[in-house]
Ligand binder design. Structure first.
Ligand SMILES: [Zn+2]
Ligand SMILES: [Zn+2]
Length: 256
């Protein structure tokens, strides 16, 4: 399967798994595509030019274990968000979902767009193809039983702790720490308890093992501010600081 197809399918897979959290998915994609293959090459002598060169489930799992056991990488892995091992777990489940698909997702060579075919018509055809593929991937949702639960749960605890702290800080309201947007106020019941939790230091410079603090390492942001805090940094899964974002922000200050 061509790389751009795999890229697209992996993106859709993660969007399904992360409830459409665009910023989170972007960080996972960037780590998988732009960081991981080179990290693996550097530390384990592999020669991947892209993560999609790596399609053997056992190999993915074995590399994940190697990271966990590696004297240097295991510490990096604990500090970075998203963790390499976490990204590899999702990637393996994605590969598994392709393999266990009851009907082939795509016949190799099928639908490979050449650049000059990329006309409006071509795009439309690709879109319909995607719809089929997308549905198949969703049906594979049963694989969710094998998702990296311990990591998701851990993150969930942190997120809840972060929400609780900042809610307390704002007298019971959960608001964006940049612009003050309040989902509940704006959308009513459907927005209740909703906010995105951002990791302030995806590439923490802290030496040694470093536990994540729900108060100082995490910060609640609305979806717009969360997207922009990553986009403004342009780097691979990096971000600018909340303070820098606040300086850039020219929109409505909801908490004034
Ligand atoms: Zn905001
Ligand atoms: Zn973030």
């Amino acid at each position: 399967m061509p790389i751009d197809k795999l890229h697209e399918l992996f993106h859709r897979y993660l969007m399904g798994k992360f409830d459409g959290d665009v910023a989170e998915v972007q960080v996972f994609m960037e780590t998988a595509e732009e960081v991981l293959p080179f990290t693996l090459n550097e530390y384990f002598g592999t020669s991947y030019t892209t993560i999609y060169d790596l399609q053997d489930e056992n190999e993915i799992e074995s590399l994940r274990k190697k990271i966990k056991a590696h004297t240097v990488l295991k510490n990096i892995d604990r500090r970075e968000e998203p963790r390499y091992t976490e990204v590899l777990k999702w990637y393996r489940l994605f590969i598994k979902s392709l393999e266990s698909s009851p009907t082939p997702v795509l016949v190799p060579g099928e639908g490979v767009p050449s650049s000059d075919e990329d006309t409006f018509h071509g795009v439309q055809e690709k879109a319909s193809e995607r719809t089929t593929t997308f549905t198949t991937i969703y049906l594979e949702g049963e694989a969710a039983m094998q998702q990296p639960k311990e990591i998701r749960l851990r993150n969930q605890h942190l997120k809840e702790a972060c929400k609780a702290y900042f809610r307390e800080l704002h007298h019971g309201r959960l608001v964006c720490e940049c612009c003050g947007f309040d989902f509940e106020k704006a959308y009513g019941k459907v927005g209740e308890d909703y906010i995105e939790i951002h990791h302030r230091s995806p590439f923490s410079q802290t030496e040694g093992e470093h536990p994540v603090s729900a108060i100082t390492d995490l910060v609640p942001l609305c979806s717009n501010c969360h997207s922009m805090i990553h986009k403004a940094a342009k780097g691979q899964g990096t971000c600018i600081s909340v303070e820098e974002l606040q300086e850039l922000y020219k929109g409505i200050k909801y908490n004034e």
